[in-house]
Design a protein around this ligand. Structure first.
Ligand code: AMP
Length: 359
């Protein structure tokens, strides 16, 4: 084990208090590691399972300094952490993954450019900073396509479909004239993702490739095994490996792909634990959450072998009301996030339906 491993009793600081922060804190506990959550919302679900927390704005320098003094390492559960927040923290304590990974993941153009530099395919794209740029991009790249804000988009927010030149004005208006990327529409057969981890010593481990289905731009199910050829699965893992290596990454990363005619296109990277990795909680000895905690704490990575086939289904909004039925299913494992209000589309929990692999 690396000499830099944080011993049990150490404290991991986590920026963000949503369900991912909550599941990270739950995974740290069996390793004897404590967590300190930092989030601006007083009712953050992660606070319920963490001994220590701070309620403050991400740009509150005094609160950040106080937080940094109380933790041994800092990580985060969402990629839109302001660069200034990381800068303040990095001056005081290790932040993993570091600012390099965050800068790339926060910008769809940087993300796709890196993927291409590493020899991976992406949808054809062009940077768009004006309506004229968009018209030219549609002509050059081709239609149909999607206009997406370069930064701060998630779950389909900040996106507009462009079927041809006639849609440019409306699309530009729809994303409110923010700096954007225009992407050619990829005709894919399925969407898959790789959840990969890299430790402080540079060792890499990936979980099995997952097949994902979205509903209204929000992840609905993740299934393992994914229905892809073995060569496609190994190529996806290899692309993800090149990504974490190029970014000198420490922690868990999610890489999302489209698969069309056995060709992989990188869509997006997430510098954090990822919704499409929730199946690992009940399908592997070590979950993506424990894996991330191990990596950022300087521990060796755990085993990623899968002991079950799993279908993970997100419970959005009122769907969480079906919990009594799920609680009676013998091979279902329920995970509820402790959120008080079930707004439409809000991730309230998930269920892993597990089919153990027989030896
Ligand atoms: P994103 O926010 O980039 O993850 O996009 C959300 C969803 O929109 C993806 O999971 C796809 O289902 C769809 N999508 C995004 N970009 C493209 C593309 N270039 N071609 C086809 N579908 C896309």
């Amino acid at each position: 084990m690396s000499g830099k491993a944080l011993p049990p009793g150490s404290t991991i600081g986590i920026l963000g208090g949503g369900q991912l922060g909550r599941m990270l804190a739950l995974a740290a506990a069996p390793l004897g590691l404590k967590c300190h959550i930092y989030a601006p919302e007083a009712d953050s679900p992660a606070f319920q399972v963490s001994a220590n927390y701070t309620v403050a704005d991400y740009l509150d320098e005094q609160a950040l300094a106080g937080f940094a003094a109380k933790v041994d390492v800092v990580t985060y559960e969402f990629e839109n952490v302001p660069a200034r927040t990381v800068e303040i923290l990095e001056a005081r304590v290790a932040v993993r993954p570091g600012s390099k990974a965050l800068a790339v993941a926060q910008d769809r153009i940087k993300e796709k450019t890196l993927a291409r530099e590493l020899g991976a395919m992406t949808a054809d794209f062009a940077a768009v900073n004006s309506l004229d740029d968009l018209r030219e991009a549609v002509q050059r790249v081709g239609a149909p396509g999607i206009l997406k804000t370069t930064r701060l988009g998630y779950d389909g927010k900040g996106q507009a479909k462009v079927n041809g030149a006639a849609d440019c004005e409306a699309a530009w208006k729809a994303i409110k004239g923010e700096p954007a990327i225009y992407e050619r529409f990829v005709h894919f057969d399925r969407e898959v993702s790789v959840i990969i981890a890299r430790d402080l010593a540079g060792k890499v481990a990936a979980f099995d490739v997952t097949e994902n289905v979205h509903r209204n731009h929000i992840l609905y199910t993740s299934t393992v095994p994914a229905r892809v050829a073995p060569e496609v699965a190994s190529e996806a893992v290899f692309v993800a490996q090149r990504m974490v290596e190029a970014l000198d990454y420490v922690g868990v990363m999610g890489v999302e792909f489209f698969v069309g005619a056995d060709v992989l296109y990188v869509n997006e990277i997430a510098p954090r634990v990822h919704n499409s990795g929730h199946w690992t909680m009940d399908g592997c000895l070590v979950s993506q959450f424990e894996q991330h905690i191990r990596a950022v704490a300087g521990w060796p990575l755990g085993a990623t072998a899968r002991h079950a086939n799993v279908v993970m289904t997100n419970l959005l909004g009122d769907e969480a009301g079906v919990w009594p039925g799920i609680a009676m299913e013998p091979e279902a494992v329920l995970h509820l996030y402790g959120k008080a209000e079930a707004r439409p589309g809000r991730k309230m929990g998930h269920v892993n339906r597990v089919q153990p692999l027989r030896q």
